[in-house]
Design a protein around this ligand. Structure first.
Ligand code: B16
Ligand code: MG
Length: 216
């Protein structure tokens, strides 16, 4: 067995969109007369849009109609997209492009596996559309993370067995999804409280492809 594919999460692994989600979810929470903390926002990482609203409703204790829910989801996304549309390739995390290039040069396939239904728009803003062999987003599978569907579809698109795919993730939902897909994972970022990863890296400048290959 050897490492044949890297499947990158997008938000929090290639770029930081959490700050834009936070501003938009804070607005939603204000409408519910609820104060969403940054710590709670961390718990929304990797979680789909609808599921994120369900969590906020649970925390706030607010009870609203299905129509109002739909309306809040639409407004949240409108606000989020305004932030996204200002993004430029400058917002790609340092060292990512170099790591991705080296990985491809070694014959390893690369894909995106994101819960975001806006993933392709973000990738386009970052000018990365042509840099992956496959892109799977939250609109392409019935279940979002922590279910394994997104990563399994990425492996299928790459024609690589899940056991030879490595997921790079910043969220517990994503690490759990990787495990359920039968894939090893790397925790990206400094949140050392998260469980399930084989290795942790603080940033791309620290990433060693050799170490990743040695996991297989
Ligand atoms: P959207 P990832 C996830 O993306 C985000 O981490 C999470 O905070 C967000 O709620 C989810 O996408 C859905 O995003 O509203 O754009 O469809 O980390 O899986 O790349
Ligand atoms: Mg993420």
């Amino acid at each position: 067995m050897s490492l044949k594919a890297c499947i990158y999460d997008l938000d929090g692994v290639i770029t930081d969109t959490a700050k834009y989600h936070y501003e938009s979810w804070k607005w939603v929470s204000d409408q519910l007369e609820y104060n969403l903390t940054e710590k709670q926002n961390q718990k929304l990482k990797g979680v789909g849009r609808k599921e994120s609203l369900d969590k906020i409703l649970k925390w706030s204790g607010a009870r609203i109609s299905e129509a109002k829910k739909q309306n809040l989801l639409t407004q949240k996304n409108k606000m989020y997209l305004k932030y996204i549309d200002t993004m430029t390739p400058e917002e790609i995390f340092p060292g990512f492009n170099e790591f991705n290039k080296k990985t491809k040069e070694e014959g390893i396939k690369v894909a995106i596996g994101s819960s975001s239904r806006n993933a392709i728009r973000i990738i386009d803003k970052l000018d990365l559309v042509l840099d992956f062999h496959a892109i799977v987003d939250g609109g392409m599978t019935p279940n979002s993370k922590p279910e394994p569907d997104i990563f399994l579809l990425a492996a299928e698109k790459l024609s690589i067995d899940p056991s030879e795919c490595l997921v790079i993730e910043d969220s517990q939902a994503g690490l759990t999804a990787a495990k359920k897909a039968g894939m090893k994972s790397i925790l990206y970022g400094e949140d050392k409280g998260l469980k399930g990863a084989s290795l942790q890296i603080d940033n791309w400048l620290q990433a060693s492809l050799e170490k990743f290959k040695n996991l297989y």
